[in-house]
Each structure stands twice: as C-alpha cells, then as structure tokens.
Ligand binder design. Structure first.
Ligand SMILES: Cc1cc2nc3c(=O)[nH]c(=O)nc-3n(C[C@H](O)[C@H](O)[C@H](O)COP(=O)(O)OP(=O)(O)OC[C@H]3O[C@@H](n4cnc5c(N)ncnc54)[C@H](O)[C@@H]3O)c2cc1C
Length: 465
C-alpha cells in the first residue's frame, strides 16, 4: 500500500528544503525524501554576504548566526598577476559553513513548517501514471517505500532524477578535493589561486578540517582514477597558497566531481518542477551556488503553487523558464569575466575556453527631474502581457518593453508601471504624475520611479508647443 502525499520533493539540499517548506506553509501536504542522513559533508561551503537576506526570508538567519560557522572578513587571492594578501569585503561578512550542519538547519526548518521529512530514503526515478498521478519508490532502512503524489519536485542536485537534457555551458571542468587536518590556524583566510590550467580554492571548515579543491579541465585527470590521489597531491604541491595544506593529514578519500555550469532544457511541466542544481548549476568560481539554489526555489515555490492550483499554468511555466535563462546568462557573464581577467594575464587554453570579456553594460545618466517639467511616453515603449509573481502566484500582468530594458517590467517598487505610462501619451507635468493615484505610495517613491523611467529614456521631455 503506497503512502499518499500532495507534493513529493526529492533531495534535502538548500533547494529542496526551501521549496518544501514554502509549499507546506502554503497549505500543501509535502513529503521530502533525502538519501543521506544529515549532517553529511557536501561541497559548497563559502556563502557570500548576499545570502543573508535569503536566510531572513527562510526564517533561519538567527539559527545560522548562532551555529558557530566562521564569518570570513578576508581572503588571500592570487589572481590575474596580482597577489592581494587580504581582500576586505567591506560590509558584513558571509559564512564559511560545513554543509552538513547548514543543510540540517534548513531541513529542520522544513520539518517545523510541516514537511514530512524522510532521511536515508533514496528515491528511484518517479513514474508518471497520468496527469497529477505519480508514484515514487524509495529505498529506506525499513525496506522499500512507495509514495503516490500529485506533484514532483526534483531537487536532487546536478544529476537530476527526472532526467532531461543537461546542457553544459562552458568547457568541461572538474573539481578534485579532499579534507585535511593538522593545517594552519582554524578560521584562517580563504585562499584562491590561479594556476596554468587550473585554479585552487581552500578554506577552513568549522569542523576543524580544511577543504582544498583544485578545479581543472576534465582531460587533465581523465583516465587516472588509480592515481587520482597522487595527481591531487602533486597539484597541491605545485600551488603557492595550498602546498602547506598538502603537508597535513588527508582525512577523506580524494573526490572528484563535475563542476561545469550546466542548464536543464526542460525545467518545468504541469505537474513537476526542477529546482536548484537539478535545473541550473552555477560555476563554483562565483561561490553563489547555494544562494542561487535558494533564490530559485523561492520563485519555484510560487510556480509550483500556481501549477497545483491548476490556473495560470502557461504563465507559470513561461515565467520559470525565462527566469532560469536570465539567471544563467547573468551568471555566465559574471563568471566569464573572472576567467577573462586571468586569461589576459596568462593566455592558456584553459582560461581561453572559459573566459568572456566584460560586456559594455549600458550606463544611464542620473538626472534630476523638475516639478514643472512636462513629460511624455517615449515612442519606443510598447505594452505586452508578461508573467510575474503576485503574492504567492504567478499571474499575467500588463507590462512595458523598451530597448533599454532587458526584460518586460510590470511593477517598479511595487507600483504598476503600465497604467502610469498609459496616461503619459500626452504631455503631463511631473508634479501631477507624482501625486497621481497610480503612484500614490508616497511622493519620494513616485518621483524615484519617474526618474528611473526618465533616465532610461522610457519617458521624455514633451516637445515644445
Ligand atoms: C566543487 C564545488 C564547489 C562549490 N563551492 C560552492 C561554494 O563555495 N559556495 C556555494 O554557494 N556553492 C558552491 N558550489 C555549488 C553548491 O554546492 C550547489 O549549488 C548547491 O549545493 C546546490 O544545492 P541543491 O539543493 O540544488 O543541491 P544539493 O545541495 O546537491 O542537494 C541535493 C540533495 O539531494 C539528495 N539526493 C540526490 N539524489 C537523491 C535521491 N535519489 N533520493 C533522495 N535524495 C537524493 C542528495 O543527497 C543531496 O542532499 C560548489 C559546487 C562544487 C561542485
């Protein structure tokens, strides 16, 4: 006899726990299957400061802050010919976590939100019997378990349990890594170093070990499974910053995993969704994998909620596919620039294959507006329907497009922008626009929105006369 659930989430990493908790809070019956028993080791231990607002949204910030993870304020970076002994982040620090405990905090939060969490439950690929009719078999210590579900979330990491074509977005890169003890001071600085055909990353983990990782082309280690450990030790010995770590004690086997960024071509359907690395895996050079997985899963929660409600399916599917594509493009641009910096210093094939010169980002002026100024909508503004998140759902709203926007915009600062531009088909004074109902959220905010539109050329000075 199979257990019955509304949503079956496969994978209890940051993406799976985020969407599971979100859907449970929205009233869905959610079961989460996680193959491992937490805490377990997992790569992805540097979390930049920009993760903090997401931890707030998940309601786990205080718990993460109390967990005793390191709060790095500096790193030693050898990159693009520069040897910067210390890089101060400036603002508040991020976290250097061990993912076993970090992920357990998120998993416990999901359980508190009402998710039925099963650890040591390894799911087999789900079988779709018909629309909203799935069966998932899982292996558990108590024997096989069958779960019937209406909706499947694939949060199983970069391999993905739902299948589908994974498109590698750059040249193939692998990470070779191990955990070391007897090395340097606990809480020491993160180390990043560019080499000839590889780059290195090492950081102290709060459990007292150091993770030392070498990122290199897959050809470099292909066909060397027997002497992987020896090759890894040699790569560490060749490094300026990590060679002393290689003199410590290796506490784990040497592991190797794919680390090229990749995207799944079909991330969502009417009764399933892929989140986190199952949908899009970032290049670890950005240290943004965990926060990207959480952010995507937050958006994915509204997408899944809309699909489960059975209304707005097309909008939800389009919204999610577009967002993932935009995330991937932005991420590849940012990561490519880092490789490009090093390529300019050392133009080897490894760096060339991954580098992208910085694109000329459009620069918009920051001009003030005068209350008496007469403004009119620019002729290039067009109105379209676009899917956006409204509350907990994806909805289709009227939006504007313009050559200076990289995507349709429906709201600015929470204010619907199409009605504002609607009435600007004829010259209207700024003072009237800022006091108008369509942007009644306070004069300063309304003025800021108008200035944003004006500086991007979406509204213009009315022609004289
Ligand atoms: C070498 C390397 C270094 C990285 N460094 C960083 C970094 O410094 N900072 C950063 O933010 N990101 C980093 N990343 C990326 C980061 O690890 C991922 O982006 C992040 O873990 C993705 O989260 P996720 O929830 O999608 O998947 P995961 O964290 O991989 O979670 C997937 C979960 O699904 C479970 N699972 C898999 N199959 C099944 C199954 N059949 N049944 C049940 N459960 C299953 C797994 O046990 C796992 O717990 C790095 C990645 C690599 C490869």
């Amino acid at each position: 006899m199979a257990e019955r659930t509304g949503v079956c989430v496969i994978g209890g990493g940051p993406a799976g726990t985020t969407i599971a908790a979100g859907l449970a809070r929205l009233g869905h019956v959610v079961t989460l299957l996680e193959a491992e028993q937490f805490p377990r080791r997992h790569e992805g231990e540097s979390l930049p400061p920009s993760i903090v607002p997401l931890l707030d949204q998940l309601g786990v910030r205080a718990e993460v802050e109390r967990a005793g993870f390191f709060r790095p304020t500096a790193a030693i970076v050898h990159w693009a010919g520069q040897r910067r002994p210390q890089t101060d982040w400036g603002g508040s620090p991020g976290f250097q976590v061990d993912r076993g405990r970090f992920d357990r905090i998120l998993l416990s939060a999901a359980a508190r939100a009402g998710v039925h969490v099963l650890e040591r439950a390894t799911a087999r690929p789900p079988v779709r019997r018909g629309p909203r009719d799935w069966t998932v078999e899982a292996l558990t210590p108590a024997g096989p378990l069958a779960i019937d579900a209406e909706f499947i979330v694939d949060a199983s990491g970069r391999r993905g349990i739902l299948g589908g074509r994974k498109r590698r977005l750059t040249a193939p890169t692998v990470a070779v890594y191990g955990y070391w003890s007897g090395v340097g001071p606990a809480g020491g600085e993160t180390r990043v170093e560019a080499g000839e055909d590889r780059w290195y990353w090492a950081a102290p983990i709060p459990d007292g070990t150091w993770n030392a990782t070498v990122f290199t082309s897959s050809e470099r280690i292909k066909g060397r499974p027997g002497d992987l450990a020896a090759a890894y030790r040699q790569l560490l010995a060749d490094s300026v910053l990590l060679s002393e770590i290689g003199c410590g004690r290796l506490e784990t086997t040497v592991r190797v995993c794919a680390s090229s960024p990749q995207a799944d071509d079909s991330p969502v359907g009417v009764d399933w969704i892929k989140v986190g690395e199952a949908a899009f895996a970032v290049d670890p050079i950005s240290s943004q994998g965990v926060q990207t997985a959480i952010a995507q899963a937050l958006g994915g929660t509204c997408v899944a909620h809309t699909l489960l409600a059975g209304a707005g399916t097309e909008a939800a599917v389009t919204y999610y596919a577009n967002r993932l594509r935009e995330d991937a493009d932005r991420h590849l641009r940012q990561a490519g620039v880092l490789y490009h910096e090093q390529w300019r210093h050392r133009p080897t094939a490894f760096w060339a294959a991954r580098s992208r010169p910085a694109a000329d980002e459009p620069r918009f002026p920051d001009r003030p507006l005068d209350g008496g100024q007469l403004l009119v909508r620019a002729p290039a503004v067009r109105f379209v329907s676009a899917p956006v998140i409204r509350g907990d759902f994806v909805r289709t709203e009227r939006a504007i497009v313009h050559p200076n926007l990289d995507r349709p915009i429906a709201f600015l600062g929470g204010v619907p922008v199409a009605p504002l531009l609607d009435r600007m088909s004829h010259p209207t004074p700024v003072w009237r626009l800022v006091t108008d109902n369509s942007c009644s959220d306070g004069t300063n905010r309304s003025l800021a929105i108008l200035r944003w539109l004006w500086n991007r050329g979406l509204v213009e000075d009315a022609p004289p006369g």
